[in-house]
Design a protein around this ligand. Structure first.
Ligand code: URA
Length: 233
């Protein structure tokens, strides 16, 4: 890796500010001052900034319990970004894998591993996302088998040419259901229920693939994924 990239990936410095440190002679590689930003850092090299050792961090994989009124976006807009809840370096350069609406709560996965993120979002991998859904209109007992069947065989969403992929609907109570889908169209869960003449009044993501939201995380809290959770995607 180039030395300027190494500096920006292992510290809070931007690439430009890292270069300034280099030009001021503040960086050493195995004890020798290096000013060339294109210098290729060899494996195992002892890189120091102002005498302090610095190491490139590995890829990061995070689960966060998204509170209501936050955005799955890399910028703060009307609401703050979920990334503002991460008290770690360069949080805003991380990627949010599978976005939730501002009023949706629950499991959000965040990483700087683009391929991992792509895999979990891909419909081809059919990674199920399970939502707990509160409905405005309670389901009538007699309708339930038919509604389950409609979700299983695909629903025609407004402005979409193809039906939704098969989804699993589990009815907890007449106004609370669990819905597992394997794709992530814009406002998909809300639009699926809207297509059936109902309205979602509460939406919480509980699980993505085998990664379940950790019940010890309160809204706004996060933790790194375990190795098994990372490898499950
Ligand atoms: N479907 C929605 O409608 N909203 C979300 O936030 C996630 C899935």
């Amino acid at each position: 890796m180039r030395l300027d990239k190494y500096l920006s990936e292992s510290t809070e410095l931007s690439r430009a500010n890292g270069k300034k440190c280099l030009h001021r002679g503040e960086v050493t590689c195995d004890g020798i001052v290096v000013k060339n930003s294109a210098f290729k850092v060899p494996e195992g090299c002892d890189v120091r900034l102002l005498g302090e050792p610095i190491k490139v961090r590995g890829l990061r994989y995070i689960m966060l319990n998204k509170p209501e009124g936050t955005l799955c976006s890399n910028v703060d807009e009307v609401y703050p970004s979920v990334l503002s809840l991460l008290d770690i370096p360069k949080a805003y350069s991380l990627h949010i894998a599978g976005r939730l609406d501002a009023d949706t709560t629950g499991l959000v996965l965040i990483t700087d591993d683009g391929q991992w993120s792509h895999r979990q979002a891909s419909p081809v991998k059919a990674c199920g996302k399970r939502y707990r859904v509160l409905l405005a209109d309670p389901l009538a007992e007699a309708q339930i088998p038919d509604i389950i069947e409609q979700f299983a065989s695909g629903i025609a969403l407004r402005n979409e040419k193809s039906l939704t992929r098969p989804a699993l609907l589990e009815v907890m109570t007449p106004s609370e259901v669990l819905l597992t889908i394997t794709e992530g169209k814009y406002h998909q869960v809300k639009r699926m229920f809207a297509a059936l003449g109902n309205r979602v009044v509460g939406l919480h993501r509980e699980q993505v693939g085998v990664i379940a939201l950790d019940s010890s995380l309160r809204p706004g809290e996060w933790r790194y994924l375990t190795r098994d959770e990372v490898l499950s995607v």
